[in-house]
Design a protein around this ligand. Structure first.
Ligand code: T1G
Length: 691
């Protein structure tokens, strides 16, 4: 036997150990060797019971996701699980770490399940656009009931071992996995027949008697499943559990799983899974390590600063919020406390956790308070002179080797770095608002940023639960630079014939959570207005709305109307009139625009800009751009981000449309980027550049 799976015997118990780092994914080689080990143990006269466990940091974390895009290889998951379940000797799954997806399905095929305290168990398939394809939708409800299974399968979120035990998913929790597993196996070694999940009927009985109850229970989940195929398939598969025989239901589950696995949505979501992980990679020169970060300091107690501070405290890292204005500091600290109280009220954390986290956040009104911080994040007003002056002060006050980060969303990080005598320690950490919730962070690598400073920023942002993506310096970095094109185009569409609600609807139907005009109203129109003024730019409609003091939700009027206390946008005839009059004044003949054309006008120019960003090396991979758009800008994850989506549309079509847009608008930026022309000509997709 090779080293992926080992079989040893401890007296009358055979122990099968999987050792396939990093997460013991159940790839074909592992499946082959587990099956062989199982058959040997089953045949071994000296063995009374079998333990299945894993070495390393976790029990099987599921299928090898990279195998899902390839033809299935034998022995398949269902074949191995069937063999385990059919074994006449008791098989005990001994779990630790994260037992996920196919990993949990293997455990469900075992006759008993025990877990180390701290283990998390779940079926996250839905997050990959698939359903559990190896019995999960059949065996789980037989152990925990339909309602609990529904919750686990539809959310994809793992549950802790305690909850798993309370719900009947596991038989015991242990503090020492090896000793506990052997003891448990000895206890059940003589029991016959072995208990098999497939034979259990008691937990699903209420729904077998009343199958319509499933639809009622499923309705709330399906409502949230906008655009996604997997949730409805999961319900179908659960319905099979209560209306078909076990074997028929297993076949139904497999068919549903295979159709999803081979579909575009799962492909897109798997792309995002790997792209998220790739985006956080930097090659460090040999021997270099990330610097230690034990304390952080945030400068600026605004919405951004307090949100960032909360993220640190949530991860258990002491953090100071510094604001020179005492009232501003107090407001920031109040925001933090209010956020925690809200979470407490919603049951998101305990009083003890809240007290602990609040205790990690200290306020100060003196910059000298950064002296002991290993990482300083500036989140003050977006103004180059203010930032340069601040960084000159940081240079004087910060301890040697501290990483100095700016949260600017547009400005030149090189120029900010030059205000210090230590540009190697300076980089950008572009958080998104609200910073305690949004997971994306653009980690901006400036010209002189040292590799270990960059690695520190990446490691740290991962520690606080964010998704870091490394980008280079340019105006607006990756996300906002692309967004700018969409914003300009959205305005043009108004003048050419669309209304704000039509533009927004086209994008929400595409899968975005919100359309561009609803987003502008939420963010406040005045911010972009001020920025346009600073750059000498004009937006006919948005500028006029600002002149009318229609700043969006905060003034109750923007592109839409908002009734008092409501966040629901309502179309406003006054805005329509403004649009019609402006178009007439500019000599533009308005005509209806189809939703498909709206989507293409908004997204193709962004894809074009994304291509330039790649060509300039501002983003390292097309997948990085996709991660930015999915995790920071609401691009539907099941479309895989703009660059992946471009591949599904076809680059030649996008090129041709861009040429039309350039002619129609007279905007030279819409001429296809040279790299886009090249890829379209060669019949290639962006991923081929990613290596
Ligand atoms: N397959 C392949 N590679 C995987 C993997 C997987 N299932 N899980 C993780 N990796 C790689 C990952 O790309 C990274 O690689 C490294 O492992 C560490 O991961 C039949 C079909 C387990 C909670 O969805 O949720 O079973 O970048 O950085 O933060 O019905 O990984 O280092 O080269 O994320 O400690 C269901 C996915 C599959 C679990 C660990 N399973 N994984 O988190 O490390 S579908 C999942 C995770 C399925 C069945 C169906 C997390 C983790 P690299 P990491 P982490």
């Amino acid at each position: 036997m090779t080293d992926l799976v080992t079989l040893r015997r401890d007296d009358n118990i055979s122990v099968i150990t999987i050792d396939n780092p990093p997460v013991n994914a159940f790839g074909v080689k592992v499946r082959e060797q587990v099956l062989a080990a199982l058959l040997r143990a089953a045949d071994d006269a000296a063995t009374d019971a079998i333990v299945l466990r894993c070495a390393g940091r976790t029990f099987i974390a599921g299928a090898d996701i990279s195998e899902l895009g390839k033809p299935p290889l034998s022995p398949t998951f269902p074949e191995v699980i069937k063999a385990i379940e059919a074994c006449e000797k008791p098989v005990v799954a001994a779990m630790h770490g994260t037992a996920l997806g196919g990993g949990l399905e293997v455990a469900l095929g075992c006759h008993y399940r025990i877990a180390l305290a701290g283990t998390r168990l779940g079926l996250p398939e839905i997050k990959l656009g698939i359903i559990p394809g190896s019995g999960g939708t059949q065996r789980l409800p037989r152990l925990v009931g339909i309602e609990k299974a529904l919750a686990m399968i539809m959310s994809g979120s793992p549950i802790p071992a305690e909850e798993a035990q309370a719900s009947g998913l596991i038989d015991a929790m242990v503090d020492d996995l090896d000793a506990g597993a052997l003891a448990f196996a000895r206890e059940v070694a003589a029991r016959r027949p072995v208990p098999r999940a497939r034979d259990r009927a008691d937990r699903i009985a209420p729904f077998v008697a009343d199958p319509a109850a499933l639809d009622a229970a499923a309705a709330a989940y399906l409502k949230r499943a906008k655009g996604l195929h997997a949730p409805a398939a999961a319900i179908d598969s659960l319905r099979a559990a209560i209306t078909l025989s076990f074997d028929e239901a297993i076949a139904r589950e497999r068919a549903l799983f295979v159709a999803l696995r081979d579909g575009e949505q799962s492909k897109a979501l798997r792309h995002i899974f790997f792209a998220e992980r790739a985006a956080a990679k930097v090659d460090l020169p040999a021997g270099e390590k990330p610097r230690k970060v034990e304390r952080a300091a945030i400068i600026g107690a605004g919405t951004m600063g307090s949100g960032i501070a909360i993220s640190f405290a949530n991860a258990g890292i002491p953090v100071s919020i510094i604001d020179l204005a005492p009232e501003a500091l107090q407001r920031g600290l109040d925001t933090v406390a209010k956020t925690y109280r809200g979470a407490l009220a919603r049951g998101g954390l305990t009083q003890e956790q809240m007290d602990h986290r609040l205790g990690l956040i200290k306020g100060a009104t003196d910059l000298a308070a950064i002296a002991d911080a290993d990482l300083v994040i500036e989140a003050v007003f977006e103004d180059m002179e203010i930032k340069r002056k601040l960084f000159a002060d940081l240079d004087r006050l910060a301890k040697p080797g501290a990483v100095l980060a700016t949260n600017t969303s547009y400005l030149d990080v090189n120029a900010i770095a030059q205000a210090t005598g230590r540009p190697q320690d300076v980089l950008g950490l572009h958080f998104f608002s609200p910073a305690n919730i949004m997971r994306l962070v653009e980690v901006v690598r400036a010209e002189k940023t040292a590799p270990d400073a960059l690695a520190t920023a990446i490691a740290l942002t991962r520690t606080i639960g964010k998704i870091p993506v490394v980008v280079g310096v340019c105006h607006g970095f990756v996300g906002n630079r692309m967004l700018r094109l969409r914003t300009v185009e959205a305005e043009r569409l108004l003048l050419e014939g669309a209304l704000p609600q039509e533009v927004d609807r086209a994008l929400t139907d595409f899968g975005f959570a919100m359309g561009p005009f609803a987003v502008s109203d939420l963010a406040g129109l005045d911010i972009a207005w001020r920025m346009r003024q600073a750059q000498g730019l004009r937006a006919e409609i948005a500028d006029r709305l600002c002149e009318m003091e229609r700043f969006g939700q905060k003034t109750g009027r923007g592109f839409y109307l908002y009734e008092a206390g409501s966040r629901t946008p309502k179309p406003d005839p006054e805005v329509e009139q403004l649009i019609v009059e402006t178009a007439a004044r500019l000599g533009i003949a308005r005509a209806p625009i189809a939703a498909k054309d709206i989507v293409e006008r908004l997204l193709f120019p962004m894809i074009n800009e994304g291509t330039r960003i790649l060509d300039e090396g501002i983003a390292q991979r097309s997948g990085d751009i996709d991660v930015i758009w999915v995790s920071g800008y609401g691009f539907p994850s099941w479309r895989g981000g703009p660059m992946h989506y471009a591949g599904t549309v076809g680059l030649p079509y996008i090129r041709d449309r861009l040429i039309e847009f350039a002619v129609k608008t007279g905007d030279a930026r819409h001429r296809p980027a040279s790299l886009l022309e090249k890829l379209a000509g060669d019949g290639k997709a962006f991923v081929t550049l990613d290596g």
